[in-house]
Design a protein around this ligand. Structure first.
Ligand SMILES: [Zn+2]
Ligand SMILES: [Zn+2]
Length: 129
């Protein structure tokens, strides 16, 4: 059983995950683009294999009626996406300590992607979810 750790830029938020991790889904929706500054890239794990090690600076922003986004209020790192009542938590791939062994498996919400870049890695592209 692989163990993964990760955290924010300043180190005030740290988490631990018992693997395996899902491959990374890149989300090009408007909310992910605004929060991340580019597009979102998330792995996902059941909550029973996820735990916080340091969370004093973790804040949650309710981005829609059905989801919250977790971020570090000290350094601004974008860490988590969680559906209300969901059994899983999505974790931004960039906050994992490497090596992750992961790769992007698909792109979602491509209909909302920015006009300043192309998706050219050959992975499936879905207009929505
Ligand atoms: Zn931080
Ligand atoms: Zn998104």
């Amino acid at each position: 059983m692989d163990e993964f750790r990760g955290g924010c830029l300043c180190g005030a938020v740290r988490y631990r995950i018992e693997g395996p991790l899902r491959n990374v889904i890149a989300c090009h929706c408007t909310q992910c683009r605004r929060q991340s500054g580019h597009f979102g890239a998330y792995t996902s794990v059941p909550l029973d294999r996820f735990s916080m090690e340091k969370e004093a600076a973790l804040s949650w922003y309710r981005s829609s009626g059905s989801a919250q986004r977790g971020f570090c209020r000290v350094c601004g790192s974008n860490l988590f996406w969680k559906e209300t009542g969901g059994a899983d938590i999505s974790v931004t791939a960039g906050t994992l300590d490497g090596p992750t062994g992961l790769s992007i498996s698909e792109h979602i919400f491509c209909a909302d992607k920015g006009d300043y870049y192309e998706i050219s890695d050959g992975k499936p592209q879905k207009a929505q979810w």
